[in-house]
Design a protein around this ligand. Structure first.
Ligand code: 6GU
Length: 226
């Protein structure tokens, strides 16, 4: 897979992909990440890329020309499966979307800033719009890191143990059960007996119960009786 990230603040990605699972995914060629600076496509002397919004109101808007030039150039080089605009005024990103994107070859992530991007970029180029939650970030960059991480770890071969990804919270619509490692007792707190017993059926049943319990308690919106 190849991920192209379009941003006005490329520095925000420094370090985001340089450790742990994401670093290894890049080293092992499961994914290529290319970060593009919108400012490099400014046609102004002062390299400006934003302007006041028509109709008035606080906050600057990323201009149509530099974004169109950059995105147009990228689209000439390859066909994109998805051109995704990261913005709080969109439907929420979730595990199902991460699963879908992880199967694709070429994805572009557009990071907005200030009040967002000129609507005509959305009309001309954007195929998907996603928000990562009901709160506002200063820009789409941190959201792009979140979305990239969620996608990359699902690319076949990136995780050593695919069953680990399949048992994640949200993968089956429920939250994950509690997990324990050694020692079996710590400060008087014991690991549940069933996990020490080695009865795979019993363990599976216990995990399902705990998943349901936790989901009903903290995320009743995810829980349905069927
Ligand atoms: Cl994708 N962008 C920004 N700027 N804020 C957000 C967001 C995205 N998702 C939640 N808040």
């Amino acid at each position: 897979m190849r991920i192209d990230i379009v941003s006005a603040v490329p520095k925000l990605f420094n370090g985001a992909f340089s450790d742990s699972i994401l670093k290894r995914a890049i080293e092992n060629k499961h994914v290529e990440i290319h970060i593009h600076n919108i400012r490099d496509y400014s046609t102004h002397k002062q390299k400006s890329i934003d302007d006041y919004q028509y109709g008035g109101g606080a906050g600057m808007v990323l201009m149509v020309e530099p974004l169109d030039a950059l995105i147009g150039e990228l689209k000439q080089q390859r066909a994109y499966d998805h051109i995704i605009y990261l913005t709080p005024d969109a439907a929420l990103f979730n595990q199902e979307k991460a699963n879908i994107y992880s199967m694709k070859q070429n994805i572009m992530l557009l990071c907005g800033h200030y009040k967002g991007i000129d609507q005509r970029i959305r009309d001309l180029h954007v195929t998907d719009e996603i928000s990562i939650g009901d709160y506002v970030l200063s820009g789409g960059e941190l959201a792009a890191c979140v979305v990239s991480d969620a996608i990359i770890r699902l690319i076949p071969g990136v995780l050593n143990d695919i069953s680990s990804a399949l048992s994640d919270s949200h993968q089956d619509g429920l939250l994950a059960p509690p997990v324990y490692t050694r020692p079996s007792e710590y400060k008087g707190l014991k690991v549940p007996e069933v996990l020490l017993g080695g009865n795979a059926k019993e363990i599976e049943k216990w995990r399902e119960e705990k998943s349901l319990e936790r989901t009903k308690k903290v995320r009743p919106d995810l829980y349905s009786d069927d």
